[in-house]
Design a protein around this ligand. Structure first.
Ligand code: GLU
Length: 294
């Protein structure tokens, strides 16, 4: 067991029930945390009220419990974190690293939605707040599965929204503030968020927070080879009968299917998975989803 402290997390957005992609991220992050002798925390990312589905928070937590995946500490809810986000925003504004932006989406359409300069326009009642990203801001990190990744955040992303013009907190700010507050050392999540990591690192640096290690798991693909993400109508996993979804996620993590062949309940499946888990079998290649065997 490693002596390096390890705090991992699973941070679902309550936009619906957990689907196979969520279980992959939950199980993958849990296994890597256990393998390192570390902690695993659950965080509810209910930072975006228009996208939060009533009942989804309770449903997701109940499903995780049915799967035997329990947070090692209190479950943090982003909807209760206004004061922390406000303090981080004030810190960035005071340091001159963030600015009020009155541009609308339409104003930025010609630049592909990328903000580099504010366009002259009448002020809006409530501007967005953005992090300034200077030209030449290239951020690199070493992904645990994919090796070195680099992004020109200025060219590819532009100035990052921290608080939206509708007054809600941007995911990018909330996730960075909370990873810092929870002392997360290792972020294991789906590759759909790979593109967000460089701007999150930039924001950590601007706030004086440490940068965690990152590992982006492969995505599950539907029958047509399209990514099965939270935005598609992925079939929810069955909380009453967790084994098929656990076996499916275990196989998608490249692990030996035989290790879970004879278990008959979720707790035993997790114990067997923890004992048999071999991180060297993880692969960054996206995975066609095979239907979960009953
Ligand atoms: N809440 C995000 C999602 O459900 C995940 C955030 C993260 O893991 O950093 O996609």
């Amino acid at each position: 067991m490693s002596m390096t402290p390890y705090v991992g997390r699973f941070a679902p957005s309550p936009t619906g029930p957990l689907h196979p992609g969520s279980v992959l991220a939950a199980l993958g992050s849990w296994l890597l945390a256990r393998h390192a002798g570390g902690q695993w925390l659950v965080r509810v990312e209910d930072v975006d009220p228009p996208r939060t589905v009533p009942g989804a928070v309770a449903g997701q937590l109940a499903t995780l419990a049915a799967f035997g995946l329990h947070s090692d500490g209190p479950v943090l809810h982003q909807s209760q974190r206004d004061a922390a986000y406000q303090a981080a925003l004030a810190q960035l504004l005071d340091a001159g690293l963030a600015f009020a932006c009155h541009c609308s989406r339409r104003d930025l359409a010609d630049q592909g939605g990328i903000h580099h300069h504010c366009v002259p326009r009448p002020p809006r009642a409530q501007p967005a707040i953005r992090l300034r990203v200077a030209p030449g801001t290239v951020v690199g990190f070493n992904d645990g599965l994919r090796g070195p990744i680099r992004q020109d955040v200025h060219a590819d992303v532009g100035d990052v929204v921290l608080r939206r013009a509708d007054g809600y907190w941007a995911y990018q700010l909330a996730v960075v503030v909370d990873d810092g507050a929870q002392g997360i050392t290792d972020i294991v999540r789906g590759a759909d968020l790979l593109d967000s990591t460089p701007r999150q690192i930039l924001l950590q640096q601007a706030l004086g927070l440490p940068t965690p290690r990152y590992l982006h798991l492969p995505l599950l693909l539907d029958a047509d080879g399209r990514k099965l993400s939270k935005s598609t109508a992925a079939a929810p996993v069955d909380a009453v009968n967790p084994l098929p979804a656990l076996r499916q996620a275990w196989a998608a993590l490249g692990q030996d299917p035989g290790a879970l062949a004879t278990v008959d309940e979720a707790g035993d499946a997790l114990r067997a998975a923890r004992a048999a888990f071999d991180p060297r079998r993880l692969s960054p290649v996206d995975i066609p989803l095979r239907p979960a065997a009953p």
